[in-house]
Design a protein around this ligand. Structure first.
Ligand SMILES: [Zn+2]
Length: 157
């Protein structure tokens, strides 16, 4: 028996330190939070995905009175991309959130486990690591891949 430490590489950056392309994707994710339908949680999440054909696809969380029927921003975006751009591959993902006070959340937001699993499959389809930008108001986490978000993930499919 032995201990295994799993290390998740994360770069913490300020918005001004991002490349123009990264800034644009964060801007798109932040703008998508305004299209959230979240009357129950009042927590508005936006996701933006840069595709290999140059398209930026966005999604926002869509809640429902029958709670399990709602969908997170990340899955709204990735399933839209899959349904409408089936030949394009994911290049970069950005996620942002806005709270009840309509202000961006202070700390970087991180996707739920179900969204991590969904995004992981699209990363596998891309055939390369897909960087993830987790945007807080002042600090942005940059992860090198979706699989970095989900160690020990289910990948046998
Ligand atoms: Zn989710």
């Amino acid at each position: 028996m032995k201990n295994i430490d799993i290390v998740i590489p994360v770069i913490s950056a300020q918005y001004s330190e991002l490349t123009p392309a990264q800034q644009h994707l964060v801007d798109e994710a932040r703008a998508a939070t305004l299209r959230s339908y979240a009357p129950y949680s009042r927590f508005n999440v936006g996701a933006a995905i840069l595709l290999s054909d140059g398209t930026v696809v966005t999604g926002a969380n869509q809640e429902n009175a029958a709670f399990p029927s709602g969908t997170c921003a990340e899955r709204t975006a990735c399933y839209y991309a899959g349904a409408n751009h089936p030949d394009a591959r994911f290049e970069t993902i950005a996620i942002a959130a806005r709270g009840t006070d309509s202000l961006e959340v202070e700390h970087p937001i991180s996707p739920c486990g179900a969204c991590r699993q969904a995004l992981l499959e699209y990363e596998k389809l891309a055939g390369h690591d897909v960087p993830v930008l987790l945007a807080g108001r002042d600090e942005i986490y940059i992860l090198p891949s979706v699989k970095a978000l989900m160690p020990l993930s289910f990948t046998e499919f």
